[in-house]
Design a protein around this ligand. Structure first.
Ligand code: NAD
Length: 402
């Protein structure tokens, strides 16, 4: 369907036009995730319906949501079209929505001047980002959505980490040789499990809440002093360790500790690890490899039958010797390095990720012209846009190089 429209004053990226001032409906293309074992979908049928209601033409790849419980018919009912032609889907999208970074081989298929929104892992994927720039794609990195109140509804790191924290506790309960709650029975009293949570960002807070709901006795530690109050408000104990100056960045992230501080932290936590039945690690430093916080020596201080779940395994791991996507044992202690924990709850993970994407689209949707507008001077777009106009444009990426 083609309509006559006024020309826009913004960067007219991703707008499908056949002649000046003649625009056709914006096409949103959603390919199926190809990462091995990925169960999540970037768009649910409910979200597809919202995009259709905005006036977009939505096309999704056949089988897009099947692993998360959404059949193709549901997308069709929502007003989307289904295609088996992935190449055509990618090369005709004005706006391409995905969950994970695009495979390098698919970048040449994207339409120049199109917009691409997904997780990109841009600090580690410099070549991929360069390719997107060279292709003339305006790439939005969803992990760079600013952690501000206005952008909270688009914050995929939070929506996924929240479910990851929940799943970490469920996994710990599954691998533990004991139960979490206290029980007083005729056959004797069962004491509650002791859970130690290291790193209390979004995932760690949900892990505390979930372990508390299951009845465990929870202690938690984070280097950011502001976390103490949050931990206590969830009914857990805060472990105090004096590491000197730690603080946080202006975006609320932890600052990297010195090797001396890390060593002091490990020494202070060794006894707590030994006393705990479950240790869940979720400590990250944005844009860096995760710090090793639980050493082999600390694992050896734990009781046989204890469980350690490493939520930071995808950025290198907080636990010495953790194996990516595996459960391993060390002297009777189980070390759970299972990756993609949000993907273990694919329906809800897809629901919230997809809501984040639709919230982004709605925020920058021009209702009159029915198109997504990249407002280059907007704080959210400035924060998350990594390539535009053939160049890498992101401040955080530029700063990381220095
Ligand atoms: P993250 O995944 O980057 O890190 C997880 C946690 O690890 C953090 O709490 C960090 O302080 C902690 N950590 C780092 N090094 C550690 C160490 N050596 N020992 C123990 N803990 C360590 O964090 P996140 O979950 O993405 O959250 C980052 C920040 O952003 C938090 O302050 C969070 O409250 C804030 N946030 C703000 C918004 C918003 O305002 N919209 C939304 C989400 C999160």
């Amino acid at each position: 369907m083609r309509r006559k429209r006024q020309h826009l004053g913004f960067a007219a990226v991703g707008i499908c036009y056949t002649a000046p001032h003649v625009f056709c409906e914006m096409k949103i293309s959603v390919p199926k995730e190809t990462h091995p074992g990925e169960t999540r979908a970037p768009l649910t049928p409910d979200s597809a319906a919202k995009l259709v209601k905005l006036g977009a033409q939505v096309e999704v790849e056949a089988g897009l949501g099947v692993a998360a419980g959404f059949l193709d018919e549901a997308y069709t009912r929502a007003g989307a079209t289904i295609t088996n032609d992935r190449k055509n889907l990618l090369s005709t999208g004005d706006l391409v929505l995905r969950l994970r970074k695009p495979p390098a081989g698919e970048i040449a298929l994207l339409k120049p001047n199109s917009i691409h929104a997904s997780l990109l892992d841009p600090f580690n994927e410099k070549e991929l980002v360069q390719k997107l720039a060279e292709r003339g794609v305006s790439a939005i990195s969803m992990e760079f959505i600013p952690r501000t109140t206005r952008a909270q509804k688009m914050d995929v790191l939070s929506s996924q980490a929240n479910l990851g924290g929940y799943e970490a506790v469920i996994l710990a309960a599954r691998y533990a040789n004991k139960i979490f709650p206290m029980m007083t029975t005729a056959a004797g009293t069962i004491l509650p499990s002791k859970v130690l949570i290291i790193g209390v960002g979004v995932a760690g807070l949900q892990a505390i809440a979930t372990a508390k709901r299951l009845g465990a006795k929870v202690t938690a530690y984070d280097t950011r002093p502001v976390v103490e109050e949050q931990v206590k408000s969830l009914g857990a104990q805060f472990l105090k360790i004096d590491l000197g100056e730690t603080g946080q960045t202006k975006d609320g992230y932890a600052k990297a500790l010195t090797e001396e501080q890390l060593q002091k932290q490990r020494e202070a936590m060794k006894k707590n690890c030994g006393d705990s039945d479950i240790v869940i690690t979720a400590a990250q430093v944005f844009g860096r490899r995760a710090p090793i916080l639980v050493t082999a020596e600390m694992l050896d201080a734990m009781k046989p039958g204890s469980v350690v779940v490493d939520l930071a395994v995808e950025t290198g791991g907080n636990v010495e010797g953790v194996v990516y996507d595996q459960v391993t044992g060390r002297k009777g202690v189980q070390i759970v390095g299972i990756a993609n924990l949000p993907g273990r709850a694919p329906l809800h993970a897809s629901q919230v990720y997809s809501n984040n994407l639709v919230n982004l689209v709605e925020e920058f949707w021009d209702k009159q012209n029915k198109t997504f507008v990249l407002k280059l001077d907007d704080d959210i777009i400035k924060g998350c846009l990594v390539t535009h106009g053939g160049k890498i444009v992101n401040e955080k990426l530029a700063a990381k190089k220095n």
